[in-house]
Design a protein around this ligand. Structure first.
Ligand SMILES: Cc1cc2nc3c(=O)[nH]c(=O)nc-3n(C[C@H](O)[C@H](O)[C@H](O)COP(=O)(O)O)c2cc1C
Length: 166
């Protein structure tokens, strides 16, 4: 629970690479996620090249922190792997959340930067990485050593809980 309750988005990292071992753990956590009919509609693209990260930061005016992120793992949906296309985003969300929790358990900071909700962002990434038509960029997951950790607010809200009836 610590990894969940003490998780908070980190967009400010030390200039230090994520180890190959930790990268594999993040990817293992992602691929262990539940998915509709176990369709596993995802692919992952690991980006650590500084020039590429700089270019990727041009995806949005509010994305400057991307350039200074040690490692980004992009989650992509593959239409060819979707037996249940209506749930692919939920499946990829489960993979994304697993990565955030694993990052926290590894002592890494992490963020989730959505792509799929914005056609401009999708087009930017599609062009930059020359993605095939069947592949849809879902999110950028950023990882690295945190510069500073701040305790997240407690969001527990008893008013949101309903018992037996609405
Ligand atoms: C679907 C989704 C899309 C998101 N997109 C962005 C984004 O484009 N840029 C960003 O800085 N954070 C993005 N976030 C992170 C949220 O802003 C963040 O999780 C939220 O403000 C709560 O803060 P916390 O993660 O520190 O608890 C996204 C999160 C989700 C789940």
């Amino acid at each position: 629970m610590k990894e969940i309750l003490e998780r908070t988005s980190c967009r400010n990292f030390k200039d230090f690479p994520v180890s190959d071992e930790d990268t594999e753990k993040l990817l293992r956590a992602a691929m262990q996620a539940p998915s509709m009919g176990n369709q596993q509609p995802w692919d992952f693209l690991v980006i650590t090249d500084k020039a590429k990260l700089e270019e990727l930061a041009g995806i949005d005016t509010y994305a400057k922190f991307i350039a200074k992120t040690p490692e980004i793992i992009m989650i992509l949906g593959d239409r060819n792997e979707m037996r249940f296309p209506e749930t692919w985003m939920m499946d990829c969300s489960a993979a994304a959340q697993n990565m955030l929790i694993e990052a926290n358990s590894l002592g890494l900071g992490a963020y989730w930067f959505g792509i799929v909700q914005s056609q401009e962002r999708v087009d930017f990434v599609r062009k930059m990485f020359d993605l095939p038509e069947s592949v849809i960029p879902f999110s950028l997951m950023g990882f690295g050593k945190m510069n500073r950790w701040t305790k997240p607010e407690d969001r527990f809200d008893a008013a949101r809980i309903h018992s037996e009836k609405w």
